[in-house]
Design a protein around this ligand. Structure first.
Ligand SMILES: NC(=O)c1ccc[n+]([C@@H]2O[C@H](COP(=O)([O-])OP(=O)(O)OC[C@H]3O[C@@H](n4cnc5c(N)ncnc54)[C@H](OP(=O)(O)O)[C@@H]3O)[C@@H](O)[C@H]2O)c1
Length: 290
C-alpha cells in the first residue's frame, strides 16, 4: 500500500541508492526545518545534517537554536539558525527574504513547528483563542512560509515540502477539535497545492504521526511512556524527504479508523463517544490561563 503512495521516480532512486550505496539526495541541498529547537524538528535537523544537507533551523528560542546549531557543527554538519515567531506574518516575510538572499532557493522545507491542544469542548466555550492560535501556527504559518519559498523552488524546478501533521486526521479523536482541524487544513492545502506545482517538480508529503515522546506530549499524563521516540520519528521524516511520498500514515490503528470513518461513520461516532467518556482532560487542560 505504501508503495502506491510514492512516485515511481522516488522508488527507482531509493532502489539505486540501496544497490550502489550512493549518497543521500539531501547531500549538498539546503533544508529548512521549522520547530528545530526541540523534539522531532531538532532530531530531524541532526539527521539531515549527517546526510550532508545544510540545515536552516527556525523557531522562536534563539538560545535553543544556537544549541542545536553547535551540536550539528560538532557532529561535522553545517547549519544556520534564524529565530522567528512564525505566527508573526511580517516576521515570516522578513525570514523568507533573508534566507533567499543568503542561501538561494530552499530545496527542502519541513513544516514541523506546531502546537497541540487537547481539551474538551465544555472546557473551551470561553476559549475561542484555542482555535485561533492552533490555526495560526499549524495552518496559516506554514502556508505563508511555503508561499514565500515556492516561487524560487518552482523557478529552479525542484523542491519538496514535508508537512508534519497527525494521525488525528484519520482518527478524529475527541478533545482535539482545535488541533486536528488546523492540521487537516494544512494536509488538504498541500494535497491541492501539489497538483498545481507537480509540473515544476515541486512535491509535498503529509506525515501523519502517531504519538511521539517530545516536550509537546509531556503535559498529558495519559501519554507518559507511550509512543515512538523523537529519533525514530526523525528517521521517518528523513526518509520522506528522500523518497517524496504523497503521504506517510504511521500506524495501522489510524488507517483502520480512517476506513471506519468513511465506511461506518455512525459506528465510528459511537466508539469515539465511548472512548471520550472513559477518559479525562489532563490537569493542564483543566487549568485556566494560557
Ligand atoms: N509529539 C507528538 O506526539 C506529535 C504527534 C503528531 C504530530 N506532531 C507534530 O510534530 C511537530 C513537532 O512537535 P514536537 O512533538 O516535536 O513538539 P515540540 O518539541 O514542542 O516542538 C515544537 C516546535 O515548534 C516550535 N514552535 C512552536 N510555536 C512556534 C512559533 N510560533 N514560531 C516558531 N516556532 C514555533 C517550537 O520552538 P520554539 O518554542 O523555540 O518556538 C518547537 O521547536 C508539531 O507540528 C506537532 O503538532 C507531534
Amino acid at each position: 500500500m505504501s508503495l502506491l503512495l510514492q512516485t515511481p521516480r522516488a522508488l527507482l532512486s531509493r532502489g539505486v541508492r540501496r544497490v550502489t550505496g550512493a549518497p543521500s539526495p539531501l547531500a549538498g541541498r539546503v533544508v529548512m526545518i521549522t520547530g528545530a529547537s526541540s523534539g522531532i524538528g531538532e532530531e530531524t535537523a541532526l539527521q539531515v545534517a549527517l546526510r550532508g544537507g545544510h540545515v536552516v533551523l527556525v523557531a522562536r528560542r534563539a538560545d535553543e537554536l544556537e544549541r542545536v546549531r553547535r551540536a550539528i557543527e560538532k557532529a561535522g554538519g553545517s547549519a544556520s539558525a534564524y529565530a522567528c515567531d512564525l505566527t508573526n506574518g511580517p516576521a515570516v516575510d522578513v525570514l523568507v527574504a533573508e534566507v533567499l538572499d543568503q542561501h538561494g532557493a530552499i530545496d527542502y522545507l519541513v513544516n514541523n513547528a506546531g502546537r497541540s491542544i487537547r481539551r474538551s469542548l465544555d472546557l473551551a466555550y470561553d476559549r475561542i483563542h484555542d482555535f485561533e492560535r492552533t490555526m495560526a501556527i499549524n495552518y496559516i504559518a506554514p502556508v505563508r512560509l511555503t508561499m514565500g519559498l515556492l516561487p524560487a523552488m518552482r523557478a529552479q524546478r525542484f523542491g519538496h515540502v514535508v508537512n508534519i501533521v497527525t494521525w488525528g486526521i484519520q482518527i478524529k479523536a475527541p478533545r482535539y477539535t482545535a488541533y486536528i482541524a488546523s492540521k487537516a487544513a494544512l494536509d488538504t492545502w498541500a494535497r491541492i497545492a501539489g497538483r498545481e506545482t507537480w509540473a515544476d517538480n515541486v512535491t509535498f508529503t503529509n506525515m501523519r504521526f502517531g504519538l511521539v515522546q517530545t516536550p509537546m506530549t509531556a503535559p498529558t499524563e495519559a501519554y507518559a511512556g507511550r509512543g515512538e521516540t523523537a529519533q525514530h520519528a526523525a528517521r521517518r521524516v528523513v526518509r520522506a524527504l528522500e523518497d517524496r511520498p504523497v503521504v506517510v500514515n504511521t500506524t495501522l490503528f489510524a488507517r483502520v479508523c480512517e476506513v471506519a470513518n468513511l465506511v461506518t461513520p455512525r459506528l465510528a461516532d459511537h466508539l469515539g463517544a465511548r472512548g471520550y467518556r472513559s477518559s479525562e482532560d489532563s490537569s493542564a487542560a483543566r487549568r485556566h490561563g494560557a
